[in-house]
Structures are given as C-alpha cells and as structure tokens.
Write a protein that binds this ligand. Structure first.
Ligand code: NAD
Length: 347
C-alpha cells in the first residue's frame, strides 16, 4: 500500500492510500479528535477526480466534528472515501485495503458505513483493523433512531414557533420515504399529523398512502405544497435559490444531510420567517446510536440522549434569536463553543 500524508489547514490528519494490485484508492480525513476519535462513515463513490474525492472527505469529516459536538458525544470528526464503482462485486480486496489504510491511523479514525457501503463491507474492513463501528448485530440500523430524533426536533420546532409541541392536526410534507422518512411518517401519523408525501419510488408512496393515509404529490410539487412543516428526508442541497421562494410552510425539519446548498440559504429562510432546524442537530440520532457500540451505553440511556435533541434544538433557536443570526449559524457557534471548552480543559 502506498500511503501519503496530505497537509490541510484545520485538519489533524489526512492520508491517501493506493494499491495498484487491488485497484484500491482511498482517502481518510480526520478533522478533529478534540472530543474523541474521529468517527464517520466510508463513502464509496465514482468521483470524477482525486481532488473531488478529497474535497468531499474534508467537508464530510468537518461536518462529523460539528454533529458529534452538538450531540454531546465523546467522538471527533472523520470521514473516508473510496474512489470507484460502488456496485463492484470485488469487495473483499477493496475493503481489506481500506482496512489497512484505517489501521495506519491507529484509532484516530473509526470507520462506519455510508453511501455505497454496507455493514457487510465494514465487516471486511474489520478483518484488517479493530477501528470500525456499525457492524451488523451491534448498534444495528441507525435509521429508526435517526427518525426518532428528527421527530423530537420537529416537536421542539413546533414548541418554539407555536408555543406547543403537539403535532396533532399539523400538516407535514415529507420528501423521501426511505429508511428514515417512512419511520418518521409513522411517528407523525401516531401523533395525529396529516401527511403529504413524495418519493421517486412509487411503491414507497403507495405504502404511505395505503398504510398511513398520506396524500401523494409529485417530486417537483413537494416544495410548493401548503403545509405547516417541510421534512426533507431524501437529498442534500434542496434548500436553495429555486426552492426556498416556493416553500409554503413555517418550519423545515428533516433527516437529509447538508440541506442548505450554501450557508447563506439559512439567512434566506430566516428572511422568509421559516424556522429551520439545522440538519446535523436534527439528524444526530444515527451518531448517538453509535454510543451502544463505541461507548458501551445501554439502549435506554442512548434513547434519552436521542430525545435530548429536543432541548438542543430549543437552545439553538434561542441563541439564534438572541444573537440575531440564522439557526445554522447558531448551531455552528454552539458546536464550536463545546470544542473550545474541551480543548481548553485538555491544556
Ligand atoms: P434512503 O436511501 O433509505 O431513503 C432516501 C429516499 O429518498 C429513497 O426512498 C429515495 O427513493 C428517495 N428519493 C431520492 N430522490 C428523491 C427525490 N428527488 N424526491 C423524493 N424522494 C427522493 O436513505 P435514509 O437512510 O432514509 O436517509 C435519508 C437522508 O437522511 C439521507 O440524506 C441521509 O444522508 C440522511 N441521514 C440518514 C441517517 C440514517 O440513520 N439513515 C442519519 C443521518 C442522516
């Protein structure tokens, strides 16, 4: 394995590995280990270039630092990427090579699954290094826990906006009925909310219509429906110059990562008086569920941490109002504050 160190300002370690025999090319970025080992998924993607892969690893690793910090987790931020076709059948040699690259960091990075990788792939990684998380049979599928956290984030936003966290009678428009979106829809149905849903997969929409009494709209209509809350649970970058002017809701809370195309779109939502629950605060259930495996928490304790997303969101909304900034800026400030406190305590 050829391993080279890449120096990037603001990052603790960035390494690139390649192995001509197996065709493996990967990058690991460790943004911060101030709170604990840099923990984050392994993304397997057909990047156009090494530079594009590096940019993605850096952005995602930094995001994990902030997510773990806000969630109160003793974990830092890291992420890895593998360059290539994630549908390849030849997984053993690719993921074994990745495991060897992870092992070079000696626990500064803990690898988990992400887009293009599965628990089975991470099991292969674990044959070369013990620094992995998200193995089948341990923390399990994080999606139901993520959905529970998003539901509590939504209750907190309702409390802040309307003075009551009851969602009964409210209308929620959900984009994406995948692992998280569908479970969120079930929580909302149980809470007495009305559902408007869209997914590019018709079968998933049919299921929500039949089982949850949801109303279907097309993928392009979901942004413009009149509802109380919009819940993006499919793709990133969907809050942008084209979609924000269309929104007819008072609150946006969802599971998708990187919902704002750009930081300034947080301001645009604020100007439209739409309360935005920052994505990485609302969708932290997945990383919190990791506590079972990495920190030996029992399930009950882990769920109390997930339910505390409610208080974190209220805190973010209060900071945003007090400091006159958008909620995404307030969330960043809170995450940075916690990092600084830890760094100072360690000095
Ligand atoms: P998933 O792949 O199971 O579901 C995504 C769903 O979105 C699919 O049903 C897909 O058909 C649908 N979709 C894709 N394009 C769409 C479009 N244009 N319009 C409507 N629907 C569309 O993924 P998931 O695990 O449910 O995760 C959803 C989002 O939440 C992702 O952005 C993910 O990164 C994020 N997230 C997930 C977790 C987790 O625990 N699974 C944790 C944190 C963040």
């Amino acid at each position: 394995m050829n391993v080279s160190e890449i120096q990037v300002d603001g990052y603790e370690r960035v390494v690139a590995g390649s192995e001509p025999e197996s065709g493996y090319r990967g990058i690991i970025a460790v943004h911060s280990t101030v709170l604990g080992p840099g923990t984050g998924g392994t993304r397997f993607w057909n990047y156009a270039s090494q530079d594009e892969a590096l940019r993605d690893a850096l952005r995602l690793a930094r995001g994990m630092t902030y997510k773990s910090s806000l969630a109160g987790m003793p974990l830092g931020g890291g992420k890895s990427v593998i360059l290539g076709d994630n549908r390849t059948k030849d997984r053993e040699k690719i993921f074994r090579a990745h495991g060897r690259l992870v092992e070079t960091l000696k626990g500064k990075y803990i690898a988990a699954e992400d887009v293009g990788t599965s628990p089975a792939d991470i099991e292969i990684v674990s044959r070369e290094t013990r620094h992995v998380g998200g193995l089948a049979g341990k923390s399990g599928d994080p999606s139901p826990v993520t959905a529970r956290g998003v539901f509590h984030a939504m209750r907190a936003a309702a409390k802040y906006r309307w003075g009551s966290d009851r969602l009964s009678g409210k209308t929620v428009a959900i984009q994406g009925l995948g692992h998280v979106g569908y479970t969120l829809a079930e929580h909302l149905r149980d809470a007495g909310a009305n559902l408007i849903v869209s997914d590019v997969d018709d079968e998933k929409v049919n299921r929500a219509v039949e089982k949850l009494g949801a109303t279907r709209v097309s993928s392009s209509e979901i942004f413009a429906v009149t509802a109380d809350i919009f819940a993006p649970c499919a793709l990133g970058a969907i809050l942008n110059d084209q979609t924000i002017p269309q929104l007819r809701v008072q609150i946006v809370v969802g599971a998708a990562n990187n919902q704002l195309l750009d930081e300034r779109h947080g301001d645009l939502l604020k100007k439209r008086n739409i309360l935005y629950a920052p994505d990485y605060a609302a969708n932290a259930g997945g990383i919190i569920s990791f506590g079972i495996e990495c920190l030996h928490w029992d399930r009950e304790f882990m769920l109390t941490k997930v339910d505390a997303i409610y208080d974190t969101l209220l805190h973010i909304f209060e900071i945003a109002e007090r400091e006159g900034v958008a909620t995404n800026v307030a969330a960043d400030r809170l995450a940075e504050e916690r990092l600084q406190q830890h760094a100072q305590a360690a000095d």
